[in-house]
Design a protein around this ligand. Structure first.
Ligand SMILES: [Zn+2]
Length: 51
């Protein structure tokens, strides 16, 4: 079970003072939105390098 999920669809499940927790609708993983933004940025950089 090593399916790579890029979490294309997420919803906010909890919000604290400066952290938002989001849940992936595809794999159900919960993480904070700061982490999610980091992943998206890495994704964009990868695409630029391979283009
Ligand atoms: Zn996911």
């Amino acid at each position: 079970m090593n399916t790579v999920c890029k979490h294309p669809k997420v919803r906010v499940v909890a919000r604290e003072e400066d952290v938002e927790f989001v849940e992936c609708l595809d794999c159900g993983e919960v993480f904070d939105s700061n982490e999610f933004r980091d992943m998206q940025i890495e994704d964009l950089q990868d695409e630029e390098e391979t283009a």
